[in-house]
Design a protein around this ligand. Structure first.
Ligand code: SF4
Ligand code: SF4
Length: 88
């Protein structure tokens, strides 16, 4: 499931505008988009269009690290996001 990496997001809302599924991605009170994975179809359009590459695939989600998945993808480099992006 995709998730929004807040450190990289500039709140441009492009992802919300390109998403073909109503309310699958929406702007939260803090101005950052949030993906409702219950209705998101994983079409990948938001990831493709985000100018900051802030929408990241599941295997990069720091909250899932330490579960035996997600390691070995360090080619993406900087900022693993610990301490931010909590809960998702
Ligand atoms: S992957 Fe597709 S359906 Fe899911 S939030 Fe992004 S644009 Fe919307
Ligand atoms: S397109 Fe990318 S930078 Fe713009 S609001 Fe969406 S996640 Fe943030």
């Amino acid at each position: 499931m995709p998730w929004v990496k807040k450190e990289d997001c500039v709140k441009c809302k492009i992802c919300v505008n390109v998403c073909p599924v109503e309310n699958a991605i929406f702007i939260q009170d803090d101005g950052y988009p949030f993906i409702n994975n219950n209705i998101c179809t994983r079409c990948g359009l938001c990831m493709e269009k985000c100018p900051k590459n802030a929408i990241r695939p599941n295997y990069e989600n720091p909250s899932l690290r330490g579960m035996g998945k997600g390691m070995g993808h360090r080619g993406f480099g900087r900022g693993l996001g610990y301490g931010r992006g909590r809960g998702y």
